[in-house]
Design a protein around this ligand. Structure first.
Ligand code: NAP
Length: 309
C-alpha cells in the first residue's frame, strides 16, 4: 500500500528543507525523503561565511538549525534512497530501493549534485587510501603531510584553505593559469604560506605504492613535459554532476542531466518542481538554494490549490 501525501520532497539539503518548510507551513501534508543525513553537502562544509545572518557558521550547525526550523511545521521525514519516479495520471509515484512506494500530486526535486571524478588511472584504486573528495571528512588523516588539491573552483580553493590548517603543505594543481574561484577565496589562498600552486597542469595519474597514495603524475601543458609531485593525499574538486538518475524517464533533464525550470521552479511536467544545485544554472550556493526552495514551496502550494479547484 502506497503512502499518500500532498507533496514529496526528495533531498534534505538547504533547498529541499526550505521547500518542505514552505509547503508544510502552508498546511500541505509533506514527506521529505533523503538517503543521507539532513544538510546535504552543507554538512561537509567547514566554515560558511556567505550565508546572510551568520557572520560565520559551521556546516553541520547550519544544517541542524535548518532541520529544527523545518520540523516546527511537522512534515514526515524518512530515510529513502529513491530509485525511480513514474507518473500515474496526476500522481507522482516514488519508489525507493527498499521497495517502498510513495504517492503525491506534487514532487519537489532537490537532490543536488555529486563530485565529478577525474577518471585517471589510480583514482578509483586509491579512493579512500589517499584519494578523497571531502576535506572536512578526511583532513585529519593528513596532519603534517604534503597534500595536493586538484581543481581551481570555489570547492578546490575553499577546501584547500581548510586542509592547510592541518597539512604541512597544500599544492593546488590546476589545468589553467587562472583560478575560477571567487576573488575573496583566491586572496585568502594566495596569502596562505602553506599553499602552493602548479599552473597549466593536467593530472594524468594518481600514483601509489599499491597500498596508499604517494603522489600524482601530471603533464605540464606549456612544455609537454611529464612531471611528478609527491603527496600523501590527493583531494579532487573538478566540478559537480547532477544527481538525477531516478528522474530520467520523466523527460525533464537537459543533455547534461541537469533540470531546467522556469522562475517558479516548475519543470516540464506539471506538479514536478526542481530547485537548488540540481537545477540548470550558473551559481550553486546555499543562499540561492534556500531562495529557490521558498519559491518551489509556494509554487507547490499554488499548484495544489489549482488541483483542488
Ligand atoms: P566548478 O566551479 O565547476 O570548478 C571545477 C574546477 O575543476 C574548475 O577550476 C575546472 O577548471 C576544474 N576541472 C574541471 N574538469 C577538470 C578536469 N578534467 N581536470 C582538471 N581540472 C578540471 O566546481 P566546484 O568548485 O565544485 O563548485 C561547484 C559549484 O558550487 C559552483 O557553483 C561553486 O560556485 C559552488 N561553491 C560555492 C562555494 C562558496 O560559495 N563558498 C563553495 C564551494 C562550491 P577550469 O577552471 O579550467 O574550468
Amino acid at each position: 500500500m502506497a503512502n499518500k501525501y500532498d507533496a514529496i520532497v526528495i533531498g534534505a539539503g538547504p533547498g529541499g528543507m526550505t521547500a518542505a518548510l514552505y509547503a508544510a507551513r502552508a498546511n500541505l501534508n509533506v514527506l521529505v525523503l533523503d538517503r543521507g543525513p539532513y544538510g546535504g553537502q552543507m554538512n561537509n562544509t567547514d566554515a560558511i561565511d556567505n550565508y546572510p545572518g551568520f557572520t560565520e557558521i559551521k556546516g553541520p550547525e547550519l544544517s541542524q538549525k535548518m532541520y529544527d526550523t523545518l520540523m516546527k511545521f511537522k512534515p514526515d521525514y524518512e530515510y529513502g534512497n529513491v530509485q525511480s519516479v513514474e507518473l500515474d495520471g496526476d500522481e507522482k509515484v516514488v519508489k525507493t530501493d527498499d521497495d517502498k512506494e510513495y504517492r503525491a500530486p506534487i514532487l519537489i526535486i532537490a537532490t543536488g549534485s555529486d563530485h565529478r571524478h577525474l577518471n585517471v588511472p589510480g583514482e578509483e584504486e586509491y579512493s579512500g587510501r589517499g584519494v578523497s573528495y571531502c576535506a572536512v571528512c578526511d583532513a585529519a588523516f593528513f596532519k603534517d603531510e604534503d597534500v595536493v588539491v586538484i581543481g581551481g573552483g570555489d570547492s578546490a580553493i575553499e577546501e584547500g584553505i581548510y586542509l592547510a590548517q592541518l597539512a604541512k603543505s597544500v599544492t593546488v594543481v590546476h589545468r589553467r593559469d587562472q583560478l575560477r574561484a571567487q576573488p575573496t577565496l583566491q586572496k585568502r589562498a594566495f596569502a596562505n604560506k602553506k599553499m602552493k600552486f602548479v599552473w597549466n597542469a593536467q593530472t594524468e595519474e594518481i600514483l601509489g605504492d599499491g597500498n596508499k597514495v604517494t603522489g600524482i603524475k601530471y603533464r605540464d601543458k606549456e612544455t609537454g613535459a611529464e612531471k611528478e609531485l609527491k603527496a600523501a593525499g590527493v583531494f579532487i574538486y573538478v566540478g559537480v554532476l547532477p544527481q538525477t538518475a531516478p528522474f530520467k524517464d520523466l523527460g525533464i533533464l537537459n543533455e547534461q542531466g541537469w533540470i531546467p525550470t522556469n522562475e517558479h521552479m516548475e519543470t516540464k511536467v506539471p506538479g514536478v518542481f526542481a530547485l537548488g544545485d540540481v537545477r540548470e544554472k550558473d551559481l550553486r550556493q546555499i543562499a540561492n538554494a534556500v531562495g529557490e526552495g521558498s519559491v518551489a514551496g509556494q509554487a507547490a502550494y499554488n499548484y495544489y490549490q489549482d488541483l483542488k479547484d
